[in-house]
Design a protein around this ligand. Structure first.
Ligand SMILES: NC(=O)c1ccc[n+]([C@@H]2O[C@H](COP(=O)([O-])OP(=O)(O)OC[C@H]3O[C@@H](n4cnc5c(N)ncnc54)[C@H](OP(=O)(O)O)[C@@H]3O)[C@@H](O)[C@H]2O)c1
Length: 354
């Protein structure tokens, strides 16, 4: 792992990029707050607070949370640290309401989270469901304002056979209208989708002008399918993109030299992914740079991308991530990445004219 001293940019203020349609500026490196919602393993209240404070103090002022993250725990923790700070830009999500269930006790893993909060999630993308979700989030956050709302996990990947019905809640059911009303009234600044699939973003753009999309796992060093049609359309429509899951759940941060298991897209990595990461890691080793640094910096080279938000659950991870962001990567690394066909030949690379 690169030391903070080796990092050329870590000490400078983090740059910001503006969401093109609304002008709201996000730090290029943000904090994905699923981790402080106890994703896969518990994080203590003290550690969560320290992690969030360290990130904000270091200039990672864009924070993304959701009702789903720890069944409300992430929003509570994020709000408690953000309250009173003017520099924070906050996104949360709509589409899942949290309903109390007294039968839920303890912090056994549910939906990937080890949170003790006794709430069950219920999907609702309708006009009134979106407004209720927004109001509930304000209460959990303990904040008077939310900057960005993402419609969370709409699309067939989450809803399967229920895709058409849930999508219709946004269109005929008025969900998008509720978001437009919130934006037009100034209650929020921007809205979009927070999803793991880009196809549904194109579908949504037939119905509504989205400001910003949080796309997770689909534009990374391992996968650039978003280059085909989504990212060019985003540029043409002035839509800005935030990249989540830049490590595809961890494998691009840890590499595959260790014993594993190696995590890829919320599960154990299949053999062909492990092999591909092995090749990427061999290339980064030859150039003496951490694979995770290349994974972060790659995403930011696309002109539609305004921020990349790795999941960070400890102060150490915040510090490492700043160093990775600032690590000097030689141009030869990016040239060889392309020459060895390890990325789509159309993918913009750091250092090239955007
Ligand atoms: N549908 C959506 O809207 C959606 C979907 C997915 C993600 N997101 C957003 O994107 C954020 C990030 O996504 P993610 O957490 O799923 O995936 P990710 O950033 O690709 O991976 C997070 C994992 O990488 C590990 N990691 C991070 N930095 C590391 C480092 N320097 N060295 C080694 N391991 C490292 C973390 O391990 P440790 O736990 O050990 O630190 C964590 O398990 C989320 O928090 C959320 O805000 C949104």
């Amino acid at each position: 792992m690169i030391s903070e001293a080796q990092s050329s940019l870590a000490q400078r203020p983090l740059p910001k990029r503006a969401i093109r349609r609304t002008g709201l500026s996000l730090s290029v490196l943000g904090l994905g707050a699923a981790s402080v919602g106890n994703l896969y393993h518990p994080v203590s209240d003290d550690d969560a607070r320290a992690t969030l404070a360290a990130a904000l103090d270091a200039g990672l002022t864009y924070v993304d949370t959701a009702p789903r993250y720890g069944h409300g725990l992430s929003e509570r923790r994020v709000g408690d640290v953000a309250r009173g700070r003017d520099d924070v830009v906050l996104s949360t999500k709509v589409g899942r309401l949290l309903t109390p269930d007294p039968r839920l006790k303890g912090d056994a893993e549910r939906y990937g989270f080890r949170s003790p909060l006794p709430f069950e999630q219920v999907y609702d993308y309708s006009h009134d469901g979106i407004l209720r979700s927004y109001e509930d989030s304000l209460q959990r956050l303990g904040l008077a304002r939310i900057d960005i709302l993402y419609v969370h996990d709409i699309g067939p990947m989450t809803h399967g056979d229920d895709d058409a019905r849930t999508f219709a809640q946004l269109t005929a059911g008025g969900g998008f209208r509720a978001l437009e009303r919130l934006r037009d009234s100034g209650a929020i600044d921007s809205f979009g989708l927070g999803v793991n699939e880009w196809q549904v973003c194109l579908r949504a753009m037939e119905h509504v002008d989205l400001d910003v999309v949080l796309l997770a796992g689909r534009y990374t060093l391992l996968e650039q399918t978003a280059l085909e049609s989504f990212l060019p359309t985003a540029l043409a429509r002035q839509l800005s993109v935030v990249i989540g899951g830049a490590y595809n759940s961890g494998i691009l941060a840890t590499g595959v030299k260790g014993a594993g298991p190696h995590y890829y897209d919320y599960g154990e990595a299949p053999a062909q992914i492990v092999e591909r990461v092995r090749r990427l890691e061999a290339l980064s080793d030859r150039h003496g740079i951490p694979l995770a640094a290349a994974a972060l910096q790659f995403c930011l080279a696309h002109p539609a991308v305004v921020s990349v938000i790795p999941g960070l659950g400890s102060v150490a991870r915040v510090r490492q991530t700043l160093a990775l962001y600032g690590a000097a990567i030689p141009a030869a690394f990016w040239r060889e990445l392309r020459a060895e066909n390890l990325v789509d030949p159309q993918a913009p690379l750091p250092g090239e004219d955007l």
